[in-house]
Design a protein around this ligand. Structure first.
Ligand code: OAD
Length: 246
């Protein structure tokens, strides 16, 4: 592993044909979207994450959980893609195969213009039925009144369409992410602590299949040991620099 080697990282990326970018909360930090734990500040600092991000927590107090997510949804929709998100859009055309696998629920990659984005943990803008009757509402402007609103089909609560603690990821999305990881020749891992599985397992899949793994993160992560190159910088600074013409 070598650190801060932007030139080496550029060369690895220039040689690659199939690239996967795995992103986490740090990707959106410079857009002003707090990471999960940072979001638990102020009014919310007294709450346990599992109380706000689990089925049990929602069942116990749907109003509280809805309010927390409504606040985060507002924050995500006010945020704008940063220079890192935009650099990734410009990158697509350089590879035969290119995909972004994100743990973020803020939708900023898609809003920046990236075309192939796999959202492993859902999307905070969408809402679905808590009782799983099949209703999904994509646009918050279509939500019925109420906090939380009632499902228009079965009358149960509606809940945010994100993955909560203890829930399974969408099997199709995860399977595709794993296939992409196992068949890429470069994986760029941006702004994730590498603590939460199965997302955190994707870099080792890529590595085992022979891909180069490049980490962009201003702080040490659990994944540093398996990286070929670590760039110790923020997403909005490092990504434009990584893809600037050499
Ligand atoms: P974390 O909050 O665990 O980690 C954020 C990472 O971003 C840390 O490694 C920071 O060093 C890094 N970071 C901070 N600012 C940065 C910047 N400007 N540029 C680049 N990196 C920066 O976030 P995730 O790893 O995404 O899951 O967390 C994974 C999952 O844990 C989340 O998706 C969420 C949470 O529980 C669910 O809700 C299912």
């Amino acid at each position: 592993m070598s650190t801060n080697d932007i030139t080496a990282a550029r060369h690895e990326l220039a040689a690659a044909r199939r690239c996967v970018v795995l992103t986490g909360a740090g990707m959106s930090a410079e857009s002003g979207v707090p990471t999960f734990r940072d979001a638990l500040t102020g009014l919310w600092s007294a709450f346990d994450p599992e109380r706000l991000a689990s089925r049990e927590g929602f069942a116990a107090d749907p109003h509280l959980v809805w309010r927390w997510y409504a606040e985060r949804r507002q924050g995500a929709s006010n945020a704008r893609p940063n220079a890192g998100h935009l650099a990734l859009v410009g990158l697509e055309a350089r590879f035969e195969q290119f995909a972004i696998v994100t743990q973020n629920v803020d939708g900023l990659h898609t809003r920046a213009g990236s075309r192939d984005v796999l959202e492993l943990h859902g999307n905070i803008v969408r809402t679905k039925c808590f009782a799983e009757c099949g209703v999904r509402i994509d646009d918050p402007r279509d939500l019925p009144p109420g906090e939380p609103p009632a499902c228009p089909r079965c009358g149960h609560w509606l809940r945010p369409d994100v993955v909560w603690f203890g829930e399974m990821l969408d099997a199709e999305v995860l399977e595709r992410a794993e296939r992409l990881a196992a068949s890429c020749d470069a994986m760029l891992v941006v702004g994730t602590s590498g603590l939460v599985y199965p997302a955190a397992g994707l870099p080792s899949l890529a590595r085992a299949a022979g891909a180069r793994v490049i980490i962009v993160n201003p702080n040490p992560t659990e994944l540093d040991d398996l990286a070929d190159i670590v760039v110790r910088d923020t997403a909005a600074r490092a990504l434009p620099a990584l893809f600037a013409a050499t």
